[in-house]
Write a new protein. Sequence first.
Length: 281
Amino acid sequence: MVDFIVGILNSIGSGVGDDIVADLLKTPAEYNAGMYQLSLTIARSAVKPIASTILAIMCVLEIARVSTRADGDRELGVKLIAMAMFKLVLVFTAAQHCELMLKAIDEIGQSVMNGIHTAAPTTGTAAGAGLGDGMRSAIESAGPFGQIPCLILLIIPFLVSKGATIVVTVVVLLRFVQIYMLTAFNPLPIAFIAQEETRQWGINYFKQYASAVFQCATLYLAILMYRTLVGGTLNPSKFKDGDSLSGWVMDNFIGLLLASVMLIGVVMAANSVAKKLFGGE
């Protein structure tokens, strides 16, 4: 029973398991190689030909547009058309190698994530992850008659924490699914950059991709802040010899219950911050 109670307190204090934290440190190719390769195959086989067709249409529209600006000036017309063709060649090249651009964003995001992880690892009893371990001696000293009421009181906070863990797991999964879906359509937004009227579509695509990539860093920070806050609020060192274990649980019941609700809140805030970093709402 002691190990079970310790496990419950550790679960509430950590918020999510270290396996989910480890997923945040993975690149899209490492998280699910099959889904990543599928998205690349779709981009190369299905989307890239469509992007090439759109670029051809954009080329005709761009040449027609610059031709009207020449207004009978042959030398100016040649210069404008040459500039338009040069721009379209650059866009066509970018569309054909858009995967490299996305991988560059992945590498930048991974570098930031590794830097944060090195500077502030989430593991360790200094954070809320070791809440139960810090209370082990007190739980053992309480005996069966003190452990049973404690276990009963912890059931509701534990169930709420499991619900919060499911929410976080789904958020992490959806983050990677979003990256895979954006990767599958990667050549298409580049094609729209060629035309001034549709250029913002392509820019917004890269903003959304960068936001999804950097979301791992904001999620990691959210989990780190949660564990630090819980570890400070429900500090085991506040439990003194002779105190009642069930009394400590009762005194901190609201904090234990709200901890999991707070976890969902900080994760949602992390999503919002990731979007605002790149001009989103």
